[in-house]
Design a protein. Structure first.
Length: 362
């Protein structure tokens, strides 16, 4: 479908129309000044914030931090008296939802998470239930934020696929591209909000996309780090950074692609209880703790090692690309300074230093 133009004056009326049949999730600035992806029920009193990066990603809407998977009932076999457990799944509500104002890195992060929960032989029915009937209107980043490096992970600042509609800000209007069925349906159902593009519009969109790629403030050598980790693992660097990690899990909880979880059974009474799934993090000291209080991973050196090798080495080997999407949230949250950008810069610096030493020896 050919691209179209949406006037900025028509944006809120369009969202209002769509929100009559769908829940609306968008970045919203709260009373504390934080921009958070939230449900918007009144567009007159809460307009989406497209000027600031959302501090959370879309992950909690599809993979909640804590969720009830099932309830269980305990009874006894009437013949031999043995205890029996019966489990009853609690599927989440399937709510048709429009996710608006999604940045390229977050959309790519969700597509990666799809591979984890839906790409194998077994599909996660809880994730799948929330993923159904979801429509995404993404917006390209004309001005990347200070810690963004999606250009280095090839996840932005604009997408070539995966969105329903993608908006590009070109002044007083948006250049609108459709990629999937949900976006094409919006264009068909609400044609009164759109107009055909002109050659001037095309030039403005091309210029905006071109300029955005030159505005990144961080130079992050992701591909180099992936290559170096295939050749050698910098154990001394892992030990140094692990000593700075405070085990808070902030990086994993904010990361769009961290999907580790734990499952626990919680007894409610003598006759049963519930099974709970909650987020976990490979940087937690108890992540690999086993029965008998044995931990096969050295917590003094292994916490950061697990995280960065997972993101840059193991996911690349399994999926053909690193799972980092370059959103920069871990840079903002980590008070210990052991975010993935610091690690990539450190391993790149080690390679440069080794290269200088080799040249000096010659």
């Amino acid at each position: 479908m050919n691209p179209v133009i949406l006037s900025k004056d028509h944006l809120v009326p369009l969202l209002r129309k769509i929100s009559r049949s769908r829940r609306l999730i968008a970045p919203l600035r709260n009373e504390h000044g934080d921009t958070i992806f939230s449900e918007i029920t009144d567009l007159d009193g809460a307009v989406p914030d497209l000027d600031n990066q959302a501090q959370n990603s879309l992950k909690p809407f599809f993979f909640p931090q804590t969720e009830k998977l099932s309830s269980y009932i305990i009874d006894r076999d009437p013949v031999n008296g043995a205890l029996r457990y019966s489990f009853h799944a609690h599927l989440p509500e399937n709510r048709p939802t429009l996710y608006f104002g999604v940045r390229s890195c977050d959309m790519f992060g969700l597509m990666y998470t799809d591979m984890i929960f839906l790409g194998g032989a077994e599909r996660d029915i809880y994730y799948e239930q929330r993923r159904k009937n979801a429509v995404f209107i993404t917006i390209g980043c004309n001005h990347p934020w200070k810690n963004c490096f999606c250009n280095a992970t090839r996840t932005g600042p604009f997408l070539e696929m995966g969105f329903d509609l993608q908006l590009t800000d070109i002044g007083n209007r948006f250049f609108v591209e459709a990629d999937r069925a949900g976006g094409m349906k919006i264009l068909r159902n609400y044609p009164q909000f759109f107009r055909p593009v002109t050659e001037e519009d095309r030039r403005a969109q091309f210029q905006a996309a071109l300029e955005a790629r030159g505005l990144f403030r961080r130079l992050v050598h992701v591909d180099l780090a992936v290559k170096l980790l295939r050749e050698q693992e910098p154990e001394s660097l892992f030990a140094e950074l692990s000593g700075r990690c405070r085990d808070c899990g902030g990086c994993a909880f904010l990361c769009p692609t961290c999907t580790c979880f734990n499952i626990t059974d919680r007894q409610l009474d003598e006759d049963g209880g519930e099974r709970i799934r909650s987020w976990d993090a490979c940087t937690f000291s108890g992540f690999s703790l086993m029965a008998g209080n044995h931990n096969p991973v050295d917590c003094s050196t292994g916490r950061i090692r697990r995280r960065f090798l997972h993101k840059l080495k193991h996911d690349t080997a399994k999926h053909g690309r690193p799972s980092c999407v370059g959103c920069g949230r871990c840079v903002d949250i980590c008070f210990g300074g052991v975010d993935i950008v610091r690690f990539i810069n450190s391993i790149s610096a080690l390679e440069e230093e080794n290269g200088r030493e080799e040249n000096h020896e010659r």
